[in-house]
Structures are given as structure tokens and as C-alpha cells.
Write a protein that binds this ligand. Structure first.
Ligand SMILES: [Zn+2]
Ligand SMILES: [Zn+2]
Length: 340
């Protein structure tokens, strides 16, 4: 029997309908050609092909970069030094418009072409996570943006335009609707239950066997109301607005959880195209006066197309039971960990 389930954090409704779906092999797809390293602007040695370096991450004792941050060559947003923020533009009523003020950066995760999240050592992954945290801090200090979104597209079917592993950052002059909506859900739940709704969802999913893996207090779970097949939620047990200033153990945990889940998905779903989107609290959350917020990331293998039902209703249909997804992914995770 199918059922509608609501995620209490996103507020999204999903129709869980496993009888319509199949086994993981039904989601197999053609492996993509990863593109050629020659002429790749993100490869080591081709630095002149990108805008100037804004920040670099190196392993101790090495003078070669491992991570590198540049402005997007075709930025969707820009933040000139002499501009204070988004400015209103003329628009025909009832429309409204502002200038596209903000930051749009590319975080190059590795100097090597063809390497992905699943290939990083713990040290390398930690450098990637530290670079994320450093950029969140940079835009906080800039003071002109309200929110910073980190998102990662892997594989052309997931929207990546460059094959070389990278994450993008958008520093935005206003808080995106998805985050505003989540903040409303956190705040409503808090008003009614005096608890953080995500803390409670994490505990419930953990208690009921939907944790796929946990590293250093960071969990990857198949949430009870997962919107799409094998959609996962990564979040720390510690209730915190952002990971920018997280303890070392949590940053290590985040790095290892990302690498481990990438390995599990590669193994179980044959290296699927993957989207990862981080949600941290807006910078000036106290000004908006809605508390609390608990940072998290959505990890979504792109296995099915969003169809007209989803577009028309705003709800999803998920043909894989989230409990079954958790069980199968966890057995792969346990197998990889024990070296099977
Ligand atoms: Zn490359
Ligand atoms: Zn919480």
C-alpha cells in the first residue's frame, strides 16, 4: 500500500510507492565518459585558464595545491567591491527585480582529473571540508550576503558541466525560499514541542534502523519520508547552525561520511550521477529571529526524472521504500568497512 509522508524539515510531501519500482539494477545507466584532462581548466597545470585563485588548500609539507577556489568563469552572481548589496531594478508591475549581487565560486576538490569523492583519502577529504568551512567564513566576514549555499553536481545527468570534481558556492543577498521554508518548520516544531525537529528526526531514523553509516558523530540516513529513490540526509548529532566552526572530530566525521557514502553508492548503484546540497543557517539568523536551525545536506542520486505529477503537485513519488534503501545501503557500507 502506498502512502503520503511528509518530511518535517523540508515540509515536502512524498508518495512512497514501492510496488511501482524495482531493484537497484533497474536504475543502472550508462557510465559517462569523464571527459579528457587535456584542456580541462580545473586540472593542475591549467591554472591560467581560470580566474585568479582566491584560496588554496595544501597537505602538510607539500607546495602543490589539493583544493583551489576560483570565481566561476561564467558567474551567475557577482559582488564588486564598491557595491553594498543587491539594488532594485525597474520592472513591469507586478514583477520585481534586483541586481544579481552575490558570489559564485568553484571549489576545485582535487588537482587530478577523473578522481571523485570516493577516491579521496581521509586527509584529502578533510582538506575539501576545511575549504568549504573557510569559504562559509569568508562570506560571513564579507557581511554583504545573507546566505551561502554549497552544492555539488557529479555527472552530466546531475547537471555538472565540467567532469573535473568540484563543488560550487553561491553567496546570496537573500535567504533562498527552501531555507526560509525549513526555518519556518524548525520554528513551528520548536513552538509546539520545545525540540529541534531535525534532532528528533535523526533519533527516530536511527532508532528505526535507517542509519546507513556514522562517522565522528555525522550520520547518513535514509529518512522515513525520503522524496526520491535512495535520497539520503547527512547531518551531525550535534545540533548546530553551521559546520563552519565545528569541532575537529565533526569535520573529520563529515569528510569521512562523504567519502564513505560515495563509495557505498558507487558500489550499490553503479556510480550514479549525484547531487549534494548543504543547508546551513543564514548568516544573520538573529536578525530574522527564527531559531533553531540544524545544518544538514541532501545527498541525492539522480535515478529518476522529475515528472508532471511532481511538477503539478509539488509532492514526490518514491518507488523505493526508505527502510529497504537503508538496509541495502547499510549492508554495502558494512561490507566495504570490513574489506569484503
Ligand atoms: Zn581536469
Ligand atoms: Zn537539532
Amino acid at each position: 500500500m502506498s502512502e503520503f509522508r511528509q518530511d518535517p524539515v523540508t515540509g515536502e510531501w512524498t508518495l512512497i510507492a514501492p510496488e511501482r519500482g524495482g531493484r537497484p539494477r533497474d536504475y543502472a545507466f550508462e557510465r559517462e565518459d569523464l571527459g579528457d584532462a587535456q584542456g580541462c581548466p580545473l586540472c593542475a597545470g591549467n591554472e591560467r585558464m581560470t580566474p585568479p585563485t582566491r584560496s588554496e588548500g595544501r597537505l602538510p609539507g607539500s607546495d602543490l595545491w589539493v583544493t583551489r577556489v576560483v570565481e566561476n568563469k561564467f558567474p551567475a552572481l557577482s559582488a564588486p567591491d564598491d557595491v553594498l548589496g543587491a539594488e532594485p531594478l525597474d520592472a513591469p508591475a507586478p514583477y520585481r527585480a534586483t541586481t544579481g549581487f552575490g558570489g559564485h565560486e568553484v571549489i576545485v576538490e582535487t588537482p587530478r582529473h577523473g578522481e571523485g569523492l570516493a577516491d579521496y583519502s581521509d586527509e584529502h577529504a578533510r582538506l575539501v571540508v576545511d575549504t568549504f568551512a573557510e569559504r562559509l567564513g569568508y562570506w560571513r566576514r564579507d557581511g554583504r550576503v545573507m546566505h551561502t549555499l554549497l552544492f555539488r553536481n557529479w555527472g552530466r545527468d546531475a547537471g555538472a558541466s565540467l567532469a573535473h570534481a568540484h563543488t560550487q558556492l553561491a553567496a546570496l543577498p537573500r535567504v533562498p525560499d527552501a531555507v526560509i521554508s525549513e526555518m519556518g518548520n524548525f520554528s513551528t516544531y520548536w513552538a509546539e514541542h520545545s525540540r529541534c525537529v531535525l534532532c528528533e528526526a535523526i533519533e527516530t531514523d536511527d532508532r528505526d534502523g535507517r542509519t546507513v553509516l556514522e562517522r565522528g558523530g555525522v550520520l547518513v540516513q535514509s529518512p522515513w519520508a525520503a522524496p526520491t529513490p535512495y535520497a539520503l540526509r547527512l547531518a551531525p548529532r550535534r545540533c548546530a547552525e553551521t559546520f563552519e566552526d565545528a569541532p575537529h572530530s565533526e569535520l573529520d566525521g563529515l569528510a569521512q561520511a562523504l567519502v564513505s557514502i560515495a563509495r557505498v553508492l558507487d558500489e550499490h548503484l553503479d556510480s550514479p550521477p549525484l547531487n549534494i546540497a548543504f543547508h546551513v543557517a543564514p548568516y544573520r539568523v538573529s536578525e530574522i529571529a527564527i531559531l533553531p536551525y540544524h545544518w544538514h545536506a541532501a545527498i541525492v542520486p539522480r535515478l529518476s526524472e522529475r515528472a508532471a505529477f511532481e511538477m503539478g503537485s509539488g509532492a514526490h513519488i518514491n518507488v523505493v521504500d526508505p527502510d529497504a534503501a537503508a538496509a541495502s545501503l547499510r549492508s554495502v557500507a558494512d561490507g566495504l568497512e570490513s574489506g569484503l
